[in-house]
Design a protein around this ligand. Structure first.
Ligand code: PMV
Length: 347
């Protein structure tokens, strides 16, 4: 594929890689899906089977600086100051993503700093590829519009298409077109400033099966794939309505149902996929108790990792903090991380 037809996979703007600046900088907040993306309709373009919906992780994300060099032998990528080896999967994935943008006889230097634990089901690839899309845009001074940036980030990681939007809710449209030009994320214009995330860490070590492979395994073997697709469409409608009405109980409930349906779907794959650890289950049971016995309106979600993310309203913060203190044995290894989705201080 020549360069121009590659560029036409994400933008109709006229762009080139002939000229570039000394450095390009991009930053992005990570995001957590309220209604999940699980399953692809096109592998190479990262086109999803369903639309999905997310809320930003505010201060947790990635900052990336990109530059080009003519006197080097190879690309150099570092994450949090650690230089990646060329045989590492993360290096190879970045290399594949960046290759179509390489001017002749040049090599990239990429430096990323994550304020979100890398590869822990905390969507570091979402903010990573969204920040990288921004850094490419800045390096080549393209001035891409938001849909083009979202499609570009999507080519690196599906959920990154949602992280291009600077804050708040993002709705990533599945699109119908085979070329993916209608498949990008849009902002939902609703500032719900009392919402908060709390990450309850279980294990931050890299996951055993990545989301790409896990999605493929799910849809190749589970008997429930088409049920999931139907269900997501309905749940998305409920979630969008709940956001427009600021109905917290409705949003929390549909978010939680959707996440557990996704994990049930994975469990129905052959071989089964499970990101649950014993501590994950202990936390889930504790949340159920907090809600039923304590009347505390907090809802949970989980991605491709064992950590739990809670959605709550600011007014429940104090009660949740007290409940966490009382249950300190559950949170011995890592402290909970409190996030205001609307604050982007360090990103
Ligand atoms: O964008 P990926 O390939 O890292 O997949 C993300 C999958 C989930 O985090 C489980 C769900 C989502 O919508 O973010």
């Amino acid at each position: 594929m020549n360069k121009n037809s590659f560029f036409s996979q994400f933008t109709t703007q006229n762009i080139s890689i002939e000229q570039f600046l000394e450095k390009g900088f991009g930053s992005a907040s990570s995001n957590i899906a309220l209604i999940k993306y699980w399953g692809k309709r096109d592998l190479s373009l990262n086109l999803p089977l369903t639309s999905s919906l997310s809320l930003s992780l505010g201060d947790l994300g990635t900052q990336t600086t990109l530059s080009l060099h003519s006197k080097r032998e190879a690309d150099q990528y570092s994450i949090n100051g650690v230089v990646l080896l060329r045989n590492e999967p993360t290096y190879q994935r970045l290399y594949r993503f960046l290759s179509p943008f390489r001017p002749k006889d040049h090599h990239f230097e990429l430096r990323s700093v994550n304020t979100v634990p890398t590869k822990a089901g905390l969507a570091s690839s979402a903010s990573g590829y969204a920040a990288l899309a921004g850094a490419l845009d800045a390096l080549f001074a393209w001035n891409l519009d938001e849909p083009s940036l979202s499609r570009l980030a999507r080519l690196g990681s599906g959920s990154a298409s949602r992280s291009v939007l600077k804050e708040g809710f993002a709705l990533w449209n599945r699109g119908e077109r085979a070329d993916g030009m209608d498949c990008y994320a849009k902002r939902i214009d609703q500032r719900w400033s009392s919402l908060r995330w709390v990450i309850l860490p279980v294990d931050f070590s890299p996951k055993k099966i990545g989301s790409k492979e896990a999605m493929q395994q799910t849809f190749a073997t589970s008997p429930f794939g088409s049920k999931w697709v139907q269900r997501v469409a309905q749940e998305l409608e409920i979630a969008v309505k709940a956001i427009s009405e600021k109905d917290f109980a409705a949003l929390g409930a549909v978010m939680e149902r959707n996440a557990f349906a996704m994990h049930a779907l994975m469990r129905s794959a052959k071989p089964r996929i499970s990101y649950f650890q014993p501590q994950t289950i202990a936390i889930i049971q504790w949340i159920y108790r907090l809600r039923s016995d304590g009347g505390l309106p907090v809802f949970m979600t989980m991605d491709a990792g064992p950590n739990i993310k809670l959605l709550l309203e600011e007014k429940s913060t104090k009660a949740l903090k007290t409940a966490i203190e009382q249950e300190s044995a559950l949170f011995q290894s890592h402290q909970p991380i409190w996030i205001n989705p609307w604050e982007r201080v360090n990103i």
